[in-house]
Design a protein around this ligand. Structure first.
Ligand SMILES: [Zn+2]
Length: 179
């Protein structure tokens, strides 16, 4: 069982994240530390596109990739770019509760109707589109997905520090996950 760890003070941050960009992210976003000047990016954040979430971080501190569910499987060239050219050494993978990518299949009809009404698609085209992509983005459970995606990325980028974090939409705070 994984457990969410609330970060209310510096001592709550796991030792493996001390003095890393992950600690800085938690200090800025959760603990209200004043924004420092950053001359270059130190971090890559991968997070869901969901409109309820916004990070409190200074300009220039981080690259941010936003995707459905924070799923980076189809954004790897951009991850590689941030690592190779941007020089970032850490990746914060941020999932959140109440994610729209959970149980995506149950939203099939609303998705089709929405594309027909809002974008002018035919129902056939909309259904084909949904069926082509829904399984690529569907998530069964936010935390399990976050942990398996972190594991996958750690294998792929072994020298990069990868931290799975959980964003609670009720309090807009980041939580660490006891893996
Ligand atoms: Zn989401």
């Amino acid at each position: 069982m994984s457990r969410l760890i609330k970060i209310s003070e510096i001592n709550d941050i796991f030792p493996e994240y001390r003095n890393t960009p992950i600690e800085k992210l938690l200090k800025y976003h959760n603990l209200g530390f004043p924004h420092e000047n950053h001359s270059k990016a130190e971090l890559l954040v991968g997070m869901c596109m969901d409109n309820r979430k916004q990070l409190n971080i200074p300009n220039n501190f981080s690259y941010i990739l936003r995707t459905g569910g924070g799923n980076l499987r189809y954004s790897e060239f951009k991850v590689s770019y941030a690592v190779a050219i941007g020089g970032v050494k850490a990746l914060a993978l941020i999932g959140h509760n109440n994610c729209g990518m959970v149980n995506l299949m149950s939203k099939k009809q609303s998705f089709i109707n929405g594309l027909v009404e809002n974008a002018g698609w035919t129902a056939e085209k909309a259904e084909e589109h949904f069926m082509n992509f829904a399984l690529m983005f569907e998530i069964e459970n936010e935390i399990d997905f976050l942990l398996s995606e972190s594991k996958r990325l750690r294998k792929k980028y072994p020298k990069i520090l990868i931290a799975p974090l959980f964003y609670k939409v009720e309090d807009n705070l980041l939580y660490l996950i006891e893996e």
